[in-house]
Design a protein around this ligand. Structure first.
Ligand code: UDP
Length: 483
């Protein structure tokens, strides 16, 4: 413990919003329990973390979260200068260099471990070397994957049993072996890195990640036990590691300024609230594909047409500033019933407004869980990473969403979904008896999510257990550490 008897925990998030945001929320949750939290990141990501934790607002000096920045070795890894997070990677060709840069952070992290002497290191899974660094300093390391446990189980079953290697066609359906729920997928839906039969840089990284999990104290999952109970139980059997389900982390960070979550919103909060207030309950569709997914212009035009033809009110987040690709007259024809946010949206503010009736999402785990927490049904449009697994969870296990019908994993979205498919899915999720049933289910899950983070709720108990566990390890280390 430090001079005041406090546990000190260091957080090392992977530099992408999907990790930066939930790990900032997590630091808030720990600091709310009297833990001294230090978040390590690179200079470009400091303002986003600051915004997410609401630094300087309601936190007293004792529970202040410290942010320490380290240099991101862009030049050394062959990246353009300033390319310090996944959003700033100029094209998929630079992804290997980006991972190389993250692998070069180890000496700087170890220097900080020496300087700050925390009692525990919580690091994103993409830093497999973090378990070794923590062991060097004789402290436990916890792994944060940034995904739910269903996706962890699905990808582990695929990695272990490789059911997709002997199929005659990429579109043949196969069942994921040993995964509860009889989940069917095609080879086309699998991430590139899961499909490669031989050793590649990314499959090597995945192997290293699994080994580092074995060397860790366990896994922290941004989910709540009741949401993925079957898979939570299965994961511990499959991996033999302990897992703590302490989410939804967005609900543990109620104090933050929602307009600055992740990044400064590109729209005035007051304006958007006024617009949503003018709408009836459950009538607005919110469309947003996270912080990384890229869509071709022709695909964007199909989305525009689908939204227009559906007749539904909408808020659509488009992460670009040029408008030439918009269908002629689109903004005029949809004026009053549609709003485009050019850039970054205050997503939590929008999802939690009563006007929002559905969320067209790429199924990034944070977006998915934020929709669950807000009780908003989803139209699922997975793109890459583990998003096709999340789609299965939402549509087939939880039954709170309908698929738009994407068939292929892709780093850049071409013309995969026509406007009619979007229009059809929107009608299905917004109107009629099926929509009502799905909405009721979504509302129940939202209540369960809120209960989980309340006092004596499952997530709250997991967090208490984890902190007590770390405190007892710190005491056993029997070496007083200075703050
Ligand atoms: N987000 C946001 N505004 C946006 C886009 C995204 O606040 O305009 C937030 C969203 O609420 C979520 C995170 O960014 O917390 C995106 O994480 P997710 O796992 O959903 O997707 P990724 O960006 O990692 O693909």
């Amino acid at each position: 413990m430090d001079a005041k008897g406090k546990l000190k925990v260091m957080f090392l998030p992977f530099p992408g919003q999907g990790h930066l945001i939930p790990m900032s929320d997590m630091a808030r949750a720990f600091s709310g329990r009297g833990v001294r939290a230090t978040i390590v990141t690179t200079p470009l990501n400091v303002p986003a973390i600051r915004g997410t934790i609401g630094k300087g607002s309601d936190l007293d000096s004792d529970s202040e979260i410290e942010i320490v920045s380290i240099k991101f070795p862009c030049a050394e890894a062959g990246l353009p200068e300033g390319c310090e997070n996944t959003e700033s990677v100029p094209s998929p060709d630079f992804v290997p260099a980006f991972f190389k840069a993250t692998s070069m952070l180890q000496p700087q992290l170890e220097h900080l471990l020496l300087q700050h002497s925390p009692h525990c290191l919580i690091a994103s899974a993409f830093y497999p070397w973090a378990s070794h660094s923590a062991a060097t300093f004789n402290i436990p390391r916890l792994v944060f994957y940034g995904t739910g446990v269903f996706a962890l189980c699905a990808s582990e079953c695929l990695r272990l049993y490789q059911p997709h290697n002997n199929l005659s066609s990429d579109s043949d359906l196969f069942v994921i072996p040993h995964l509860p729920g009889n989940i069917q997928m095609t080879r086309m839906m699998l991430p590139d890195y899961a499909k490669t039969d031989g050793e590649t840089k990314f499959s090597e990284l995945l192997k290293a990640i699994k080994e580092s999990e074995v060397a860790s104290l366990g896994v922290i999952v941004n989910s709540f036990y009741e949401l993925e109970q079957v898979y939570a139980d299965y994961y511990e059997k499959l991996q033999g590691r302990r897992a703590w389900y302490i989410g939804p982390l967005s609900l543990c960070n109620q104090q933050q300024d929602k307009g600055k979550r992740g990044k400064e919103a590109s729209v005035d909060e007051g304006d958007i609230l006024k617009w949503m207030d003018s709408k009836k309950a459950n009538t607005v569709v919110y469309v947003c594909f996270g912080s990384i997914a890229n869509f071709s212009e022709s695909q964007l035009r199909e989305i525009a047409k689908g939204l227009e033809d559906s007749g539904q009110d909408f808020i659509w987040v488009v992460r670009r500033s040029d408008k030439e690709w918009l269908p002629e007259g689109f903004e005029r024809r949809t004026e009053g019933r549609g709003m485009i946010i050019w850039g970054w949206a205050p997503q939590l503010l929008i999802l939690n407004h009563r006007a929002v009736g559905a969320f067209v999402t790429h199924c990034g785990w944070n977006s998915t869980l934020e929709a669950v927490s807000a009780g908003v049904p989803m139209v699922t449009w997975p793109v890459s990473a583990e998003q096709f697994y999340n789609e299965k969870l939402v549509t087939e296990i939880l039954e709170i969403g309908v698929p738009v019908g994407v068939k292929k994993w892709a780093r850049i979205v071409g013309d995969s979904v026509g406007s009619e498919a979007l229009e059809k899915a929107l009608k299905r999720i917004m109107v009629g008896e099926e929509a009502e049933t799905i909405r009721n289910r979504a509302h129940k899950l939202s209540e369960m999510a809120r209960t989980a983070v309340e006092c004596n709720g499952s997530s709250s108990c997991y967090l208490t257990d984890l902190i007590q566990h770390l405190q007892s390890i710190a005491r056993l280390q029997n070496c007083p550490k200075s703050s």
